[in-house]
Write a protein that binds this ligand. Structure first.
Ligand code: FEO
Length: 169
């Protein structure tokens, strides 16, 4: 049984993961429109992964006998200056998601909710991976700066970069 506080915080995290999926979908659309087809494919797959993150929490809440609440969704921005701008925003967003997971961990620790604390460990490890992944891509794009050839090489790399779609329930 979840406390009201932890129930609310988990539902807020559903909203954040949903928003992440929509943000990356929107960014994929920008990439496609700007001829970065590899980045578009990569971000579409990553949007699916974010839906998996959302579903894990959705299922966990319902498994405790509570009812997950689907939030109204905020519209993500749809204009970006460059491919570097897209990946800088993603890295910033993932750092924000990490901060919300850390806050959840702190709240569950204070509430002695060890089941939710255990559940959240997967997210702690996942955020470490996500930050590392996007920091790496951002830094590689920075290295090529404004070179069109360099950007196209990175875009090609992203096309083949595999993202495991997580639909675990
Ligand atoms: Fe679900 Fe990329 O954080």
């Amino acid at each position: 049984m979840l406390s009201a506080l932890i129930f609310d915080k988990l539902n807020q995290q559903i909203e954040i993961e949903f928003y992440s999926a929509n943000l990356y979908l929107q960014m994929a659309s920008w990439c496609d429109a700007n001829n970065f087809s590899g980045s578009a494919k990569f971000l579409l797959e990553h949007a699916d992964e974010e839906m998996g993150h959302m579903r894990r929490i959705f299922t966990y809440i319902n498994d405790t006998g509570s009812q997950a609440i689907i939030p109204a969704l905020q519209q993500p921005p749809h204009q970006y200056e460059s491919l570097l701008g897209v990946f800088e925003e993603i890295y910033k967003h993932e750092c924000y998601v990490t901060s919300t997971i850390n806050e959840l961990v702190a709240v569950t620790t204070n509430a002695n909710d060890y089941s939710t604390l255990n559940f959240l460990q997967w997210y702690v490890a996942e955020q470490h991976e996500e930050e590392r992944l996007f920091m790496g891509i951002r830094d590689r794009i920075k290295m090529v700066s404004d070179s069109a050839t360099g950007l196209l090489i990175i875009d090609n790399e992203l096309e083949t970069k595999s993202v495991a779609v997580d639909t675990a329930e």
